[in-house]
Design a protein around this ligand. Structure first.
Ligand code: UDX
Length: 450
């Protein structure tokens, strides 16, 4: 099959590489010429395990190509995937400018039947807007050519995107035309082999499915963070509670890890956008608002603990920070809890020595080098001259560090663990003062308040 993908960002590149991998001819389009010229040379602008090899191999075989010419894209594929960004507007609604601009490009250039597939996460009703945009662009040219608009939300997790695409748990397709439904079923057949994962429904339900899935997961996390905050106050251990409730199969163990809040390009944006959609349709989505509010506060819970420990005086203190990416296995720092932690520390007059296994360039791009932020080359270097260690992202390499080095380097041995990756008993044995999330603090010089 011939497939065009508009938008060579995270979703577009993964989708393009995976469709090419199973033998399709894929053309990726982006208006950013520099990005396209780098892609043509085999340079993948994002960090995603396995993506570069897959893209390079398929490009070499001629199945994956790149262009900055949108008209070439429209002429190429029967399937026209829209995988451009939908950044939040000032009020948190999804900004559809890029999506609608691609729709206009398609309407202005198409000469034959096209299946336009919304892959970007777009509010309910967007497929209708896309359709209107295509139609009016054709009317301007005085032509009328048949087309369909389909919703096909992606469920890729950063760091696992290739396997999520190649072995999906479900393929959601919102489609009104039965013939188009069959074409999409065929397109996805290589990824739908062991049992039926193709779920077709009406377009609006597919659009809502994506938001409902992300909002449900974000809710689980905020709920668990709230339980952690209660656990701290009543003297309980949230890790025991997590174990206890997760073993109820109706609840399950996934996405109930307490921490410093969820980040990334999806949960924060999608929870807000769904809430705005509800408002637009006259519904006050109170659970979504609470999910968002709990997450907002949770991102600074570690800094609150530091303030408690240091007698509300962080001025002049240096904090070693491990983990900048919003989660492990990505260099993405969008809405990362680390950013709130760093910014709150600055506001309190502290400075930061930060290390992340892959997000250093991204941190440099966002903040640059400054007197109150040293971006260092190793996790041990981050500890030098610091007053405490804060663990913000649970990268594997942070799980079993040399605690003796931590004790030697810090001015006094204290760890603020935002991901509960260390054993409190061990910390106590080692003589490290240890604060974590939803567990009773251990060690010397503890603050009185949680
Ligand atoms: C998410 C969805 O999982 C994916 O299906 C959707 O397509 C896009 O959004 P992603 O943003 O890549 O994917 O990250 P995910 O692994 O879901 O983690 C999101 C955030 O939640 C991270 O900040 C993570 O640290 C946090 N999290 C996750 C928790 O705090 N606790 C948990 O138990 C799980």
């Amino acid at each position: 099959m011939k497939i065009t993908i508009f938008g060579s960002g995270y979703v577009g590149l993964v989708t393009g590489a995976c469709f090419a991998e199973v033998g399709n001819d894929v053309l990726c389009v982006d208006i950013d010429e520099e990005k396209i010229s780098r892609l043509k040379q085999g340079e993948i602008p994002i960090y995603e395990p396995g993506l570069e090899d897959m893209a390079v191999d398929n490009a070499r075989e001629g199945r994956l190509r790149f262009t900055s010419d949108p008209a070439e894209g429209v002429a190429f594929g029967l399937f026209q995937f829209i995988a451009v960004g939908t950044p939040p507007d000032e009020d948190g609604s999804a900004d559809l400018r890029h999506v609608l601009s691609v729709a206009k490009t398609i309407g202005s250039n198409m000469e034959d039947y096209r299946i336009i597939v919304d892959k970007s996460t777009v509010p309910v009703g967007t497929a209708d807007l896309v359709s209107e945009q295509v139609k009016s662009a054709m009317e301007e040219r005085g032509v009328s050519i048949d087309y369909d608009v389909v919703s096909n939300p992606e469920f890729l997790k950063e760091g696992d995107a290739i396997s999520d695409f190649m072995k999906p748990e479900r393929i959601i397709v919102g489609v009104d035309n039965p013939r188009t439904k069959e074409l999409l079923r065929n397109l996805y057949a290589p990824f739908n082999r062991s049992h039926e994962r193709f779920i077709a429904m009406d377009v609006r339900s597919a659009e809502l499915t994506k938001y409902a899935a992300n909002a449900m997961l974000a809710t689980k996390i905020s709920f668990m963070n709230e339980i952690a905050n209660i656990a701290e106050r009543v003297g309980a251990d949230v890790e025991a509670v997590r174990h206890g409730i997760g073993s109820d199969s109706r609840i399950g163990f996934s996405f109930i890890y307490p921490g410093v809040g969820y980040g990334g390009s999806c949960f924060p944006k999608d929870v807000q956008a769904l809430e705005k959609t509800a408002v637009k349709y006259g519904y006050d989505a109170r659970i979504l608002q609470a999910v968002e509010a709990v997450n907002h506060d949770q991102k600074v819970s570690l800094v609150d603990k530091m303030k408690g420990h240091f007698g509300n005086e962080l001025k002049g203190k240096t904090i070693a920070l491990w983990g900048l990416a919003f989660k492990p296995n990505t260099d993405d720092m969008r809405e990362a809890p680390s950013r709130r932690v760093i910014e709150e520390l600055w506001a309190a007059g502290a400075s930061v020595r930060a290390y992340d296994p892959v997000a250093m360039d991204e941190a440099r791009r966002i903040y640059g080098e400054r007197a109150d932020l040293k971006l260092v080359e190793t996790s041990e270097d981050a500890l030098k001259g610091a007053d405490a260690l804060a663990v913000v992202t649970e990268w594997r390499v942070f799980r079993s560090p040399d605690f003796e080095v931590i004790k030697q380097e810090l001015s006094s041995p204290v760890i603020f663990d935002g991901r509960n990756i260390y054993n409190p008993d061990l910390m106590e044995q080692l003589g490290i003062t240890y604060y974590s999330i939803g567990r009773i603090p251990r060690g010397e010089g503890l603050s009185q308040q949680p």
